[in-house]
Design a protein around this ligand. Structure first.
Ligand SMILES: NC(=O)C1=CN([C@@H]2O[C@H](COP(=O)(O)OP(=O)(O)OC[C@H]3O[C@@H](n4cnc5c(N)ncnc54)[C@H](O)[C@@H]3O)[C@@H](O)[C@H]2O)C=CC1
Ligand SMILES: O=C(O)[C@@H]1CCC=N1
Length: 266
């Protein structure tokens, strides 16, 4: 899916996530000359992108993508005098009402992307309660080249999608590390175990995405009756150990998003 920017886009904050979206957009064909970044510290931006260390006084962005940390939103709001037509915010836990009061955009769309957007394989959840159909289509066209996009019906579910797909890559990277370490504990060289673990997660994810069968059925296909996968699954399934661990993991992330929202409201 290619991206053609028809209007200039301003990206405020190009760190881990803003930078990943920027790379994803340019890889998808966006003209870097249509993109302006405002970031006091970022280095190594793609060629052709305009960089300002601070927001110029006469800046009047049409599309503003806000990608600073929630705790940095106040500093951006205080120097921002214009009213963008469309605000896309990726700030975890900062609600539409807070964004709308701070930036006075005509339309506000919350987006929760994840890190694989940099290679067009991300997941982005979107929510808006004030964008009309054409503006929602515009937001969708901007985000869809970065991977799967899903509109969320209620803003209260945003903390849940943030925990699942926004934070999810962090949990999966940890899983890859743990899988590799477990292989090393059985005697494999560490670098080889890391390659095997990474490729196993990659291939399994691709297969799950391409298959009509559920992940649960696919797990059963790996587990031959009386074989060794079943013995391993029995460990993960005992007392729902893995399910319980992930429920607690996502609940902790969702709780933190709610705390960030409360802090941003005040
Ligand atoms: N890292 C991730 O995987 C994800 C992050 N997010 C959201 O993305 C936002 C940014 O997170 P990260 O990229 O991880 O943080 P980060 O710290 O890597 O990036 C923040 C960027 O903002 C810049 N910045 C700081 N003050 C600024 C200002 N006044 N004006 C302009 N730029 C300023 C910093 O120099 C930095 O480059 C957060 O709100 C987070 O909730 C959302 C989904 C996933
Ligand atoms: O850790 C964070 O707060 C952000 C939100 C989703 C992923 N990273």
């Amino acid at each position: 899916m290619t991206l053609s920017l028809t209007t200039p886009l301003w990206l405020i904050g190009a760190g881990n996530m803003g930078g990943a979206m920027l790379r994803g957009w340019i890889a998808a064909g966006a003209d870097p000359r249509q993109i302006t970044v405002v970031d006091p510290f970022v280095e190594g931006l793609p060629e052709g992108v305009t960089l300002h260390r601070e927001l110029p006084a006469d800046a009047a962005p049409d599309i503003l993508v806000l990608a600073v940390k929630p705790q940095q939103m106040g500093a951006v709001r205080d120097i921002f005098s214009g009213s963008p037509r469309l605000l896309l915010s990726i700030l975890a836990g900062v609600e539409t009402e807070t964004l709308s009061a701070a930036f006075r955009a005509v339309s506000n769309v919350r987006v929760m992307p994840n890190l694989p957007v940099s290679i067009g394989e991300g997941v982005s959840a979107l929510f808006s309660d004030d964008a009309d159909a054409a503006t929602r289509d515009e937001a969708q066209a901007l985000i869809a080249p970065l991977g799967l996009t899903e509109w969320i019906a209620e803003e209260k579910l945003f903390d849940a999608v943030t925990a699942l797909s926004g934070c999810g890559p962090g949990f999966l990277f940890r899983f890859i590390d743990a899988l590799a370490e477990a292989g090393t504990a059985l005697g494999l060289p560490a670098d080889q175990a890391a390659r095997l673990a990474t490729a196993t997660v990659k291939g399994s994810g691709l297969l799950a995405a391409a298959s009509d069968e559920s992940a649960s059925t696919l797990a059963d296909r790996v587990a031959s009756p009386g074989g060794s996968t079943r013995e391993g699954l029995n460990v993960l399934d005992a007392d729902e150990a893995l399910k319980d661990l992930l429920k607690r993991t996502l609940a902790a992330s969702a709780k933190r998003n709610a705390e960030l929202a409360a802090a941003a409201r005040s």
